[in-house]
Design a protein around this ligand. Structure first.
Ligand code: NAD
Ligand code: DAU
Length: 350
């Protein structure tokens, strides 16, 4: 098995690459990543010398490059994670989301289709997507199932929805052996500190304001990143061609409750008097078009593929905080340079 994993230097991708490199020594794993601001080879130093691992620097918006590497390496499978992934960035720069998430995905589909022309036996194209394509839930009883209609509300989710539609269209039209999953919010080690949980950990540690959008009442359904990687393993190996699997932890939290919980954990770990970090909470202008609630019904993957989350949220959050406190150099590296200027520009006027 020659397996191409795109976006493997990013947050979730690095956990998927690690799992596959270590669990399947008989596979050759190729990690293709453009190393944007979100891609970081330091996420993979523990496995970078493994004999079954190869890193390829490249951009999925470059169709010719993809055709060339498929011709040269004849991949048997693809797990596609490369994407622009941050909703706030999609609001300020939608076109880069169209380019990577839509055009890049179609380039990859074309490269696989051309490489596998006439012989898709044993081949698989797995597209990793998000629950945000389903839009925003307003009735507390509702969950996103695999049958929920798409209703994306942000440029990010619109670009991911478009990419999902193209993947299914290639499955239907060209009989490409596709499989998809739509997952809820991930958290854990290596999470880039522009997203809620790592940003709050960083700001608590450095005594900066904790920017809570709106009233902090938006709800997200959180899953530990290693559990998502385990689910991707299950879907890649045992999911049915043409099917979609929703992945989530049945673990809904209001943003403000997560921020308060992180403040308590950090006060304890940093040996600060109780209540110190919570004083940093600052309510700021809401995200434009902010989705109210996401909640995944994960019954299909649990029943059909036997997957279930391995960690309770409080335990996962403790592990996450411990990882960030023990990896100061990683944090310093990703909060310098381009990211730092973006971060200051973005929050200076809040
Ligand atoms: P991330 O932003 O941390 O990583 C994305 C990776 O893709 C980076 O390594 C980046 O360098 C690479 N990349 C970006 N543009 C590229 C291009 N044009 N060519 C090649 N590589 C490129 O993202 P993440 O949070 O790890 O998300 C990975 C995937 O999972 C995405 O498709 C995302 O939509 C999906 N997803 C994320 C979450 C979440 O909570 N983070 C939840 C569900 C689904
Ligand atoms: O649901 C899956 C999605 O989860 C993934 O597809 C995306 O790639 C991923 O970024 C994530 O999207 P969210 O927008 O839900 O994640 P984010 O961490 O940006 O925000 C989580 C919630 O916290 C959201 O309601 C906005 C809020 N928030 C976020 C930041 C960065 C704040 O209140 N303050 C902040 O500073």
């Amino acid at each position: 098995m020659k397996l191409l994993i795109t976006g493997g230097a990013g947050f979730i991708g690095s956990h998927v690459v690690r799992l596959f490199v270590t669990k399947y020594p008989e596979y050759q794993i190729y990690n293709l990543d453009a190393l944007t601001y979100a891609g970081n080879l330091a996420n993979l130093t523990d496995i970078e010398k493994a004999p079954n691992y190869t890193f390829i620097k490249g951009d999925i918006t470059d169709a010719k490059f993809l055709e060339d590497i498929f011709a040269e390496l004849s991949f048997d499978g693809v797990i596609h994670l490369a994407a622009e992934s941050h909703v706030d960035r999609s609001i300020t720069d939608p076109m880069s989301f169209v380019m990577t998430n839509v055009v890049g995905t179609v380039n990859l589909l074309n490269a696989a289709k051309n490489s596998w022309a006439g012989n898709t036996e044993g081949k698989r194209f797995y597209h990793v997507s998000t629950d945000e394509v389903f839009g925003s839930l307003h009735n507390p009883e509702d969950f996103f199932t695999e049958e929920t209609s798409y209703d994306p509300q942000s440029p990010y989710s619109a670009s991911k929805a478009a990419s999902d539609h193209f993947v299914r269209a290639y499955g239907n039209t060209y009989k490409l052996p596709v499989v998809l999953s739509n997952c809820s919010n991930n958290y854990g080690p290596n999470h880039f500190p522009e997203k809620l949980i790592p940003l709050m950990i960083l700001n608590i540690q450095t005594n900066k304001p904790l920017p809570v959008y709106g009233k902090g009442e938006n709800v997200r359904d959180w899953l530990f990143v290693v559990d998502h990687a385990r689910a991707i393993d299950a879907v890649f190996h045992t999911g049915k061609v043409g099917e979609t699997y929703n992945i989530g932890g049945f673990n809904e939290w209001k943003n403000i409750d997560i921020v308060n919980l992180l403040c308590q954990i950090m006060d304890r770990k940093l040996e600060r008097p109780e209540g110190t970090s919570a004083k940093l909470i600052t309510y700021v202008t809401d995200r434009a078009g902010h989705d109210l609630r996401y909640a995944i019904d994960a019954n299909k993957i649990m029943k059909e593929l036997g997957w279930e989350p391995s960690l309770q949220f409080e335990e996962g959050l403790e592990k996450t905080v411990d990882w960030f406190l023990a990896n100061q150099e990683w944090l310093d590296n990703v909060t310098s340079g381009t990211y730092q200027s973006y971060y200051q520009g973005m929050y200076a006027n809040r």
